[in-house]
Design a binder for this molecule. Structure first.
Ligand SMILES: [Ca+2]
Length: 408
């Protein structure tokens, strides 16, 4: 979603929390009692401002009945990503066999809804389903933060995005006030995105639609409302019906020409520059495309179209738009990427990640329960294993460390 902060692959980790706490105290920040008093005062002001902004007293009182910040939100908002995720791990995590199979099953289940959304908004149903799959794993992982508390915490913490957080908070409360949602449905990410396809409240207010016809726009519990609203979002973001979103291509060896999502030229012109489709079919068609080489000239290459930009606008990251675009292709029945990622240490499948964690647990690393999600604690353990084995310390769940630990 636009303007959303996202933290990928970062379950809350106690040692980071400890680190942040250490930094906070040693830097001479306010004492806990002072911080709480200042939060209470801020929350009281917020309640007044909410009522002044037209939100009912009842909703305001119930939503903002808080006198201490949400500490977990504060921690997450201050964590800097410690590990850089290579693009192949990022795509591999979001477009794996399970997410493809689950997506196909969900597309069968919601076939009527998806086709209706496709017809009404002109957005391909595979892309609508892929957004759902990447955002929340088809509704499995919607976030557990109480939005009014999280947003009040971020607002009261100050910073240059203060007004943004207050705007999101009031938008969320207005959704309750106008009857779209009950207050107890406002649970989502620490940064305010929520529902099946993770809209932030202002986007919800602007673009959510009632697609199941019950008179309410409920993107939390109604999958049809969420899928219809996502199609509406993509259409408003400039979706061009009938155009592709991405085509995997091959660039000539030593290609040094222009790249970039924004540098769009006609497909015929790309063909003249020696760009070919990766599947061997002739490169032709309408529309303008840019060339992306997300892992350099020796990795997979993509022509990306205006529709890729519409997907990009959902979360402002090329890696994210690539994951959705490729998942959509896979849901539509297209094969895996033809060009391998340029690495001799590929990432692991979901089952292998799970197995890796079990191997780490067996070695005595306290990484919590094996869940197949590689968070910072698992990464620290991997780093330790790498150090002991004399491997470069990457903290990455790759094939090499997996095999070194005895994984098959
Ligand atoms: Ca509805």
């Amino acid at each position: 979603m636009q303007g959303r902060l996202r933290v990928h692959f970062t379950p809350v980790l106690s040692f980071i929390v400890a680190l942040v706490a250490l930094v906070a105290t040693s830097a001479g920040f306010a004492t806990p009692a002072e911080a709480q008093a200042s939060f209470s005062a801020c929350a009281a002001n917020l309640r007044l401002a909410a009522i002044k902004a037209g939100i009912s007293r009842d909703v305001t009182a119930k939503a903002l009945n808080v006198d201490a910040p949400d500490e977990k939100v504060l921690e997450l908002s201050k964590v800097q990503p410690e590990f850089k995720t290579p693009i192949w791990d990022y795509i591999g995590f979001l477009v794996d066999a399970q997410r493809i199979n689950d997506g196909k099953a969900q597309m069968g289940r919601y076939d009527v809804v998806l086709r209706a959304a496709e017809q009404r908004f002109g957005v391909d149903r595979y892309v609508i389903a892929a957004v759902w799959g990447v955002e929340t794993d088809y509704g499995r992982d919607v976030g557990s933060f109480f939005l009014p508390h999280a947003l009040a915490t971020l607002y009261c913490d100050g910073g240059r995005r203060k007004d943004f957080w207050r705007g999101e908070l009031f938008a969320a409360l207005k959704l309750v006030d106008r009857g779209d949602l009950a207050l107890n449905k406002l649970y989502g990410s620490w940064a305010g995105a929520f529902g099946q396809t993770q809209f932030i409240p202002t986007t919800y207010q602007r673009l959510a639609i009632d697609f199941d016809g019950d008179g309410k726009r409920d993107l939390v519990s109604s999958v049809p409302d969420a899928l219809g609203s996502t199609a509406n979002y993509l259409k408003r973001a400039g979706w061009k019906s009938g155009e592709p979103w991405l085509i995997e291509v091959k660039v000539p060896p030593g290609y040094k020409g222009s790249t970039g999502r924004r540098n769009k030229i006609a497909i015929a012109e790309w063909a003249q520059r020696g760009i070919k489709r990766a599947d061997g079919q002739p490169l032709k068609g309408e529309g303008q495309a840019g060339l992306l080489l997300p892992a350099g000239p020796n990795g997979p290459a993509f022509l990306v179209f205006r529709n890729f930009d519409a997907i990009y606008s959902y979360n402002q990251a090329e890696s994210y738009a690539l994951a959705i675009s490729h998942l959509a292709d896979r849901l539509a029945g297209y094969p895996a990427l033809r060009t391998p990622w340029p690495t001799d240490d590929p990432g692991l499948t979901r089952a292998e990640r799970f197995e890796l964690q079990k191997l780490l647990l067996a070695k005595g690393y306290h990484i919590g329960e094996a869940d197949g999600k590689i968070g910072v604690v698992t990464r620290m353990a991997i780093k330790d294993v790498e150090r002991q084995l004399g491997m470069p310390e990457t903290g990455r769940a790759g094939t090499k460390v997996y095999r070194a630990l005895g994984g098959k």
